[in-house]
Design a protein around this ligand. Structure first.
Ligand code: APR
Length: 235
């Protein structure tokens, strides 16, 4: 059966799906934004003021990504492709969905394992070294920066992501506080008739029409995947 003939599932993930792989989230207890100022390390103004601080922040996170391994949630999502046309829309900049085996992944906030020209955003380079240093330049001679969307910058692939939400019959939102727009607004593009869930360990208020499946990603996501592969609704 062709991919287009298969029922479409959208997985919408945030930092929480990578938490059990050892990568820090942003707004939990020991979240990154409790230790670093967003303005200093994740904004164009911060980059202009102190590029070496920004490079150091992302070099440290990149090392953590390279040391991390996909977890049971990432692998279960890839398994869904046996029966469904699965599109992963992620706010995460790590490559754990890729290494977990998913084949269609849309990174709306960029990818930490890629560098980008600070002059021409179309110039994107896969990183061959774990670090980007001051003096590492693009083909046009300007300083390389992480290929990551900073606050105040244009989010990537939103039209494509909206279309996938609008045409999916099942949506699983995992590990996101849904506090950063426009990405968080994607959940509102889902069809009323679609089966929609939010996975969170907290009693997080789900978006309208979504049902909360409370628990950690590695416990809940494999269970949902098993139900869907067996043609059942998760309870
Ligand atoms: N399993 C599932 N969910 C978890 C787990 C877990 N093991 N651990 C934490 N969570 C949940 C938290 O309860 C929280 O709701 O993951 C969510 C993480 O929320 P944030 O830290 O706000 O991360 P996220 O929603 O991805 O942030 C969105 O903000 O700073 C920007 O660009 C950054 O992409 C990021 C965006």
């Amino acid at each position: 059966m062709s991919e287009l003939m298969k029922e479409k599932i959208v997985i919408f993930s945030g930092a929480g799906i990578s938490a059990e792989s050892g990568l820090r989230t942003f707004r939990d207890m020991n979240g990154l934004w409790n230790e670093y100022s967003v303005e200093d390390v994740a904004s164009p103004a911060g980059w202009a003021a102190n590029p070496s601080l920004v490079l150091r922040f992302y070099n440290e996170r990149r090392k953590a990504v390279l040391e991390a391994r996909p977890n049971a949630a990432h692998y279960a999502i890839a398994k869904l492709e046996e029966r469904f046309n699965v599109v992963v829309v992620t706010q995460n900049i790590d490559d754990l969905h890729e290494r977990g085996g998913s084949s269609t992944i849309i990174h709306v906030h960029g990818e930490i394992l890629k560098a980008r020209s600070s002059l021409d955003p179309a110039l994107i380079y896969p990183l061959s070294t774990p670090d980007i240093e001051l003096g590492d330049c693009c083909g046009k001679g300007s300083q390389l920066r992480p290929h990551v969307v900073w606050f105040g910058e244009q989010v990537l692939h939103m039209d494509e992501a909206e279309q996938h939400f609008a045409t999916a019959s099942k949506i699983l939102t995992v590990g996101t506080s849904l506090s950063v727009y426009p990405a968080a607004g994607l959940v509102g593009f889902a069809k009323t008739s679609a089966e929609k869930y939010l996975v969170s360990p907290d009693s997080q208020e789900p978006p309208p029409g979504y049902r909360l499946l409370q628990g950690k990603a590695t416990a809940v996501v494999p269970r949902v995947v098993t139900c869907w592969l067996e043609g059942r609704k998760p309870s």
